[in-house]
Design a protein around this ligand. Structure first.
Ligand code: NAP
Length: 282
C-alpha cells in the first residue's frame, strides 16, 4: 500500500477504511471483511459507537499490530485536558489496543486547547504515534498550530469532487499538515455515482466512478478512507493503483467544485450548537 509520510516521520496508508454509520452489530463482520480484502488502515470514532466491534475484528484477524494503522477520535463532550485523557483510555480499552496510530480531535469545538495538551502528552508517552484534528477550517487550524508545541499531523475534512478544499489543502501543506478526506463519495449525494463527467472518465479507463474519485483524491495527495459494507465494493475501492488520471482529466474533475459543503458548515452557529449538544452513548 502506498503511504504518505506525516510531519513526525510516521507512515500512513494513503487509502484506508471508514466505519461511520455502520451499526455496531454489523461492524465486526464488516471490518473483518475489509481486513480480508486488504485494508490495513481503519478509521473510527468514539461518536460512532462501534469501537468495540472494530477492536473485536482486529483481534479476530490475527494481523500483527504493527501492520495496522488505527485511527479514532475524541468527541466534543470529552474536550478538555483531564476528560480527553480519560476518553483516550476508554477508546483504547474499547479497541483492545495498547497504543493508537492516530488520535483526532473530532470537531473544532469546546476546550480544544485542553484536549490538545492531553494529546501532546499522550503522544510523548508513546501511547499515540500521531495526533491530529478534524473539521478544522484554516483559521482554526492556524490558530492551533501557532499557539501549541506540536503541529497536527493530519486534518480530516469533508473533501470530494463537489467540495474540493484546494485552498484549504494549500494552507495545510504550508503548515505541514496532511489533508485526509472524509466523505470521498459525498456519501453519494449530488448523484455522484452517476455524474456524467465522472462516468465519462471512468468509462475511458474501464473503471468505476468510485475508483476515479479515489484516484483523483490520491493524485492530489489526499488520504482517503471510503466506507462500504459490501465486500465487492471494498475490493473495488482498493483497486485504484493500476491507472492514473491525465492532467486534462484532473482539470475536468476540478471543474465540478461547488466550493461549499454538501453536509453542513462547521462555522454556522446553529451547527456549532447542535453538534456541541450531541452526547456520546455508553
Ligand atoms: P463515503 O465513503 O463518501 O460514502 C459511503 C457511501 O458510498 C455508502 O453509502 C456506500 O454504500 C457507498 N459506496 C461505497 N463504495 C461504493 C462504490 N464503490 N460504489 C457505489 N457506492 C459505494 O461516506 P462516509 O462513510 O461518510 O465517509 C468515509 C469515512 O470518513 C467514514 O466512514 C468515516 O470513517 C469518516 N468520516 C469522518 C467524519 C468526520 O467528521 N471526521 C465525517 C464523516 C465521515 P455501501 O456501504 O452500501 O456500499
Amino acid at each position: 500500500m502506498q503511504t504518505v509520510t506525516l510531519n513526525n516521520g510516521i507512515e500512513m496508508p494513503v487509502l484506508g477504511f471508514g466505519v461511520y454509520q455502520i451499526p455496531p452489530e454489523q461492524t465486526e463482520q464488516t471490518v473483518t471483511d475489509a481486513l480480508a480484502a486488504g485494508y490495513r488502515s481503519l478509521d473510527t470514532a468514539a461518536a460512532y459507537g462501534n469501537e468495540e466491534a472494530v477492536g473485536r475484528a482486529i483481534k479476530r484477524s490475527g494481523i500483527p499490530r504493527e501492520d495496522l494503522f488505527v485511527t479514532t477520535k475524541l468527541w466534543i463532550s470529552d474536550a478538555g485536558e483531564d476528560k480527553a485523557k480519560r476518553a483516550f483510555g476508554t477508546s483504547l480499552r474499547k479497541l483492545g489496543l495498547d497504543y493508537l496510530d492516530l488520535y483526532l480531535i473530532h470537531q473544532p469545538y469546546g476546550d480544544v486547547y485542553g484536549s490538545w495538551r492531553a494529546m501532546e502528552s499522550l503522544h510523548k508517552e508513546g501511547l499515540i504515534r500521531a495526533i491530529g484534528i478534524s473539521n478544522f477550517y484554516p483559521d482554526r487550524l492556524v490558530d492551533l498550530v501557532d499557539h501549541n508545541e506540536i503541529t497536527p499531523a493530519v486534518n480530516q475534512v469533508e473533501t470530494h469532487p463537489f467540495f474540493q478544499r484546494t485552498a484549504d489543502q494549500e494552507v495545510m501543506r504550508e503548515r505541514g499538515v496532511q489533508i485526509e478526506s472524509w466523505g470521498p463519495f459525498a456519501e453519494g449525494r449530488n448523484n455522484l455515482f452517476t455524474d456524467p463527467h465522472l462516468s465519462e472518465i471512468a468509462d475511458g479507463h474501464g473503471k468505476s466512478v468510485a475508483q476515479v474519485v479515489l484516484r483523483w483524491l490520491i493524485q492530489r495527495g489526499v488520504v482517503v478512507i471510503p466506507k462500504s459494507v459490501r465486500a465487492e465494493r471494498m475490493a473495488e475501492n482498493l483497486d485504484v493503483f493500476d491507472f492514473a488520471l491525465t492532467d486534462d482529466q484532473m482539470t475536468a474533475v476540478a471543474a465540478l467544485d461547488t466550493g461549499a459543503s454538501l453536509f453542513f458548515d462547521h462555522r454556522d452557529p446553529a451547527v456549532v450548537s447542535r453538534l456541541g449538544n450531541v452526547a456520546l452513548g455508553s
